[in-house]
Design a protein around this ligand. Structure first.
Ligand SMILES: Nc1ncnc2c1ncn2[C@@H]1O[C@H](COP(=O)(O)OP(=O)(O)O)[C@@H](O)[C@H]1O
Ligand SMILES: [Mg+2]
Length: 417
């Protein structure tokens, strides 16, 4: 994106910010005049903020035109430079940041990040004290920004030849086998492993992804472009987020048929590494839409261990014969229940392997059993409170068997071609 930054600086450095300014320059401050010091700190802050990325738009605050002014002045009292207890001179850095919409839920996070970045511009000679004010972008500036962003992306970014997103559609022959729970935990695992991860809840009539991630907020609508809601490190879009809202109208009626298309074209996805789709159970329009709009999507089949479920799951997998998507594996869920030292196979055994064997035979390529997930109270209980069971309270992967199994599935999926 072109850099349309307009600096409101007391020192005339507007055209100098392309110079390769290094933090090392600030270490020279002791020899500089006060005015030079202010200028140097301003440049350092500018470059620091170039590296602060807006969590929704995935672009630098500076590139987005969100930093509208940086003004540094020494803190004076009776014409004397003020310093801290260690004799370090104090500098106030007044920064104005324009956010895209007022009341943006991420503005506090952004404020904290900017404040921290500015503090880090301090050196042994100059202590920088951030004074960050937040205002809201004018509607003209916002629509101009969104216009530029829309021009820089493609209608369906996942169809573009340069798209490097790995797309996995999570499918099952019937409902209730844990497809959404697996989608949520797998996505949380990918995100915790450091992959930029997105989820589309493609189960339009039976959505459960917002609940599983504890999402209460709605996507921000930036001039017609919807920002996915981020939860547990995952960018998420579900029709369930619109329930009861004004925006719901936009998505209802005949347009619901086109919802996948809209999820792809009207949402700012920003090149995720991994995109998971929680498909509705069984066969229907959605897998066909996926094949049409996300031809690079691969299918992961979820099944339970009993044989009847295995047959249905295989049928759903076989649907992929008509779809371009490669079936990259099977996940068996509810495989056993560990109770007081005993491993109980409540739903029988072998269904996952059976489905994998069926698919391997019928599709003519290897469809492996990627993993077996036991029945665990945590999966259901934590899921109901919006907390993926693989993560601890601070969002890190736990040491549990389930977390390890999801990590191993995640790694197999990314190495699958
Ligand atoms: N491994 C598991 N252990 C315990 N409960 C599970 C497990 N997987 C799923 N569940 C529970 O089973 C129910 C159905 O799961 P869900 O993910 O909604 O299935 P689907 O999306 O296939 O309909 C939910 O109540 C969920 O919490
Ligand atoms: Mg579901």
């Amino acid at each position: 994106m072109s850099n349309e930054f307009r600096y409101t600086m007391p020192h005339a450095i507007q055209n100098q910010h392309h110079t390769n300014f290094q933090h090392a320059d600030i270490s020279q401050l002791c020899a500089s005049t006060d005015n030079d010091r202010c200028l140097t700190i301003e440049k350092a802050i500018f470059h620091a903020l170039e590296n602060v990325i807006d969590p929704e738009l995935g672009r630098s605050l500076v590139d987005l035109g969100m930093i509208t002014s940086i003004a540094v002045s020494s803190r004076l009292q009776d014409n004397e430079l003020q310093h801290d207890d260690d004799g370090v001179d104090l500098y106030d850095a007044h920064i104005n940041m324009e956010i895209t919409v007022s009341g943006c839920p991420l503005s506090q996070q952004l404020l904290d990040t900017v404040t921290q970045a500015v503090i880090l511009c301090s050196t042994s000679y100059a202590k920088v004290i951030p004074q960050v004010s937040i205002t809201t972008m004018s509607s003209e500036k916002l629509s101009d920004l969104m216009k530029r962003l829309k021009e820089s992306r493609h209608d369906n970014p996942f169809l573009h030849p340069t798209c490097r997103t790995k797309i996995f559609a999570i499918a099952s022959g019937k409902g209730g086998v844990g497809k959404s729970s697996i989608t949520a935990n797998l996505a949380a695992t990918f995100a915790a492993l450091g992959y930029k991860t997105a989820v589309i809840d493609a189960d339009i009539y039976g959505f459960s992804i917002p609940t599983l991630f504890g999402i209460q907020s709605q996507p921000t609508n930036l001039d017609g472009m919807l920002m996915p809601v981020k939860a547990w490190g995952v960018n998420i879009m579900s029709i369930g987020m619109f329930a009861g809202s004004q925006n719901a109208i936009l998505w209802r009626g005949p347009r619901l048929q086109r919802s996948l298309q809209q999820f792809l074209s009207d949402v700012w996805w920003d090149d995720p590494d991994v995109l998971l789709l929680d498909l509705p159970p069984g066969t229907g329009d959605m897998p066909i839409s996926v094949a049409q709009f996300l031809p690079s999507a691969q299918t992961v089949v979820v099944t339970t261990p009993q044989k009847s479920a295995a047959t249905i799951a295989a049928r759903s997998g076989l649907m992929s014969l008509q779809l371009p998507g490669h079936v990259c594996g099977v996940i068996e869920n509810m495989s056993w229940y560990d109770y007081q030292g005993d491993r109980l196979y409540l739903f029988g055994q072998g269904g996952g392997q059976q489905v994998a064997d069926h698919l391997t035979r019928d599709l003519g390529y290897d469809v492996p059993l990627l993993g077996q997930i036991p029945l665990e109270n945590d999966v259901r209980q934590k899921g109901e409170t919006g907390h993926p069971a693989v993560l601890d309270d601070s969002g890190h992967l736990t040491q549990s068997l389930i977390a390890q199994t999801f990590c191993s599935i995640a790694s197999s999926l990314l190495h699958e071609d």
